[in-house]
Ligand binder design. Structure first.
Ligand code: FAD
Length: 374
């Protein structure tokens, strides 16, 4: 057993933990930081919107595989609507490569990495005792990024994604964000297919639900198979190259230890109306690091504006009671919002304008009724 005194311990070597560690160390080269957590080599394809005006860091740029200025939606009968954007682009990055690159950067900067799980954190008068493998750390500050529990009542984004390689080129040129023309998997929510053309012959096809109830993986796989059977030419053959799965919170979670500062999904960085967490996590990391620079203190800072959190609460009430109205909202956004405003709205960027435009196109009655529901 070894015992070591450190200034900052970050629990979890996922996207949030490693991003926070490197940002803190870049801003404060003398800060003594330890990251505790097994090497996270899960396959994760992460997609998000980035403003064209924003130049990604070289590390992030090296992880971006592809980007698009347009994306599509399909309604219940398969009618398609396309968004085109001028100021924003939809990018897809290799999450596993990003974590590897962040871990290498952390190493170069002098962040200590302990690849053990943390068993317990015990608060002491002026710090914490962290137990992991053969190590005990005595740490002045701790940030927890371990995945929180998702209560039964919280709506979840659950998905299974298959990366397939087609024998011949497929016809997809831009991402299909939501194709609702599939048989529902969840009876108490929404079901749709998400399809990302990774290359001329490679597709990531994900069956996704927004629902409080978890469904069996086979149901998602059957949904993907049916979609492929109707959306690829009948003569085409393909092979499965990868599978990824996820359950993301769209609403309240239960932290492993509510007394600790938290970051990433553990810190509420998943957008409640979508489950998307990349943008919120990176913004939270920047905010926490900036606050640390001025106060030398780490605290859980919100990833989203009050405005976005309020709109998401209303959205989730509608999703719980009238999921078909949320389908209508997404289709109204697909039809009537310009691509740039849609991207800004989902990323909670651009102030009030994207929100007001979304309210303008939304079906009014269910959302007004939801304002009075608890
Ligand atoms: C397959 C997949 C695809 C996704 N795609 C997108 C996307 O396209 N766009 C988007 O915006 N978001 C996406 N997300 C959501 C989000 O961006 C990711 O979930 C992201 O990984 C969240 O990062 P995190 O660090 O907050 O949490 P996690 O990735 O869950 O990291 C938590 C870390 O804690 C570690 N840990 C757990 N227990 C312990 C312990 N006892 N001790 C030490 N460490 C521990 C885990 O090993 C893990 O590394 C996706 C999620 C998944 C799972």
């Amino acid at each position: 057993m070894s015992t070591r005194q450190v200034e900052v311990t970050i629990i979890g070597a996922g996207i949030a933990g490693l991003s926070l560690a490197t940002q803190l160390k870049l801003d404060n080269p003398d800060l003594d930081i330890t990251v505790v957590g097994p090497v996270d080599d899960r396959n994760q394809r992460i997609s998000t919107w980035l403003p064209n005006a924003h130049d990604p860091s070289p590390l992030l740029r090296a992880c971006i595989d592809k980007h698009w200025g347009s994306w599509q939606f399909a309604d219940l009968v398969g009618k398609q609507h396309q968004h085109s954007a001028q100021a924003w682009r939809y990018v897809t990055l290799d999450g596993r490569r990003f974590k590897q690159a962040q871990a290498e950067l952390a190493d170069q900067l002098g962040v200590v990495q302990i690849h053990d799980s943390c068993h317990r954190v015990k608060g002491m008068g002026k710090g914490y005792q962290i137990f992991c493998g053969d190590h005990t750390l005595l740490s002045t500050q701790v940030v927890d990024t371990r995945p929180p529990a998702i209560p039964e009542s919280t709506v979840k984004q659950q998905f299974v994604g298959h990366t397939i390689v087609c024998e011949q080129a497929h016809n997809y040129r831009s991402p299909m964000l939501m194709d609702f023309s599939v048989a529902p998997i969840a009876n108490d929510g929404l079901t749709f297919i998400y399809c990302l053309p990774l290359s001329e012959r490679e597709l990531l096809v994900e069956a996704t639900t927004f629902s409080p109830t978890l469904q069996a993986q086979e149901d998602y796989e059957a949904c993907i198979e049916r979609w492929l059977a109707t959306h690829l030419p009948s003569s085409s053959t393909w092979r499965l190259s990868d599978t990824e799965t996820g359950v993301l919170p769209m609403g309240p979670t239960q932290p492993i230890n509510a007394d600790l500062v938290r970051c990433g999904i553990a810190g509420g960085a998943a957008r409640a109306s979508t489950g998307y967490a990349w943008h919120g996590t990176q913004r939270q990391v920047q905010r926490m690091a900036a606050r640390f620079t001025t106060s030398s203190t780490l605290s859980t800072l919100p990833s989203y504006s009050l405005r976005a959190r309020w709109m998401d609460r209303v959205f989730l009430r509608v999703l719980k009671h009238q999921p078909e109205s949320v389908y209508q909202l997404f289709m109204a956004m697909a039809r009537d919002l310009p691509g740039d405003l849609f991207a800004q709205f989902l990323c909670d960027e651009g102030g009030w304008t994207p929100c007001l435009k979304t309210i303008q196109v939304a079906p009014k009655r269910p959302f007004i009724r939801a304002l009075w529901r608890s």
